[in-house]
Design a protein around this ligand. Structure first.
Ligand SMILES: [Zn+2]
Length: 225
């Protein structure tokens, strides 16, 4: 809730005096709602007010060949990563739904969550729904959301038939690109399943996700041994 209050205040205009007032008001509100606001968070707020946001072009995507299918703005938080939050994790998901339904759900403002990317099972087609600049509500953990890029893979955790070579390979190329952009090591400490996010109890991406095969593909796509 505090996050949304902060976002709303960020859009307020006015000169430096007005901005300072808004920051103070925002900080007070956040402390009241969400508890102690740490020094790091305060410094980040100062940065966010003091520096212009990264310029954006509507429809631009980070992954070559991805189709831009924007998620509802209610399902992520605007940011300027990696300038305000460092990106050092990729989170692998399985939505328990088809590709089309996953897109629709992430476009629904009442859902409260979305991933950056959705990969289709049959042909490996990639939809980008949230810019990597932004914090998508995908990992169920605030610090992890801020530091990670989330990818959904069409299918069900208990049905291995959706796990096609085409989807794995497409996802591996996507992840290799993300790792290159943020200098993320290509290993299982940095590329994790949703079920491996701290404090999260989820069967996602599920027992059939073939990590050995997938990581070999990511390493190959990234050109590392
Ligand atoms: Zn998940």
């Amino acid at each position: 809730m505090g996050e949304h209050a902060a976002t709303d205040r960020r859009s307020g205009g006015g000169g430096p005096g007005r901005r300072r007032l808004l920051i103070a008001g925002g900080a007070t509100a956040a402390v009241g709602v969400g508890g102690f606001l740490g020094r790091d968070a305060l410094e980040r707020w100062w940065w966010q007010y003091g520096a212009p946001a990264v310029p954006r072009t509507e429809g631009e995507v980070e992954h070559e060949g991805a189709e831009w299918v924007p998620a509802s703005t209610a399902n992520y938080r605007r940011a300027s990563r990696p300038r305000d939050y460092g990106v050092d994790r990729v989170v692998i998901h399985m939505p328990e739904a088809t590709y089309d339904i996953t897109l629709r759900v992430f476009q629904d403002p009442s859902h409260g969550a979305a991933a950056h990317y959705v990969v289709r099972s049959g042909d490996g087609h990639v939809a980008q729904m949230v810019r990597e600049l932004d914090v998508a509500y995908q990992a169920g953990h605030q610090a992890f959301n801020e530091r990670s890029v989330g990818i959904e893979h069409e299918g069900w955790a208990d049905d291995p038939s959706y796990l096609t070579d085409t989807m794995y390979e497409s996802s591996a190329r996507l992840v290799a690109g993300i790792c290159a952009r943020y200098d993320i090591p290509v290993d299982r400490e940095h590329i994790v399943g949703h079920n491996e996010v701290p404090d999260v109890v989820r069967v996602c991406p599920g027992p059939h996700w073939d990590w050995d095969r997938y990581m070999a593909m990511v390493r190959s796509a990234a050109g590392v041994s």
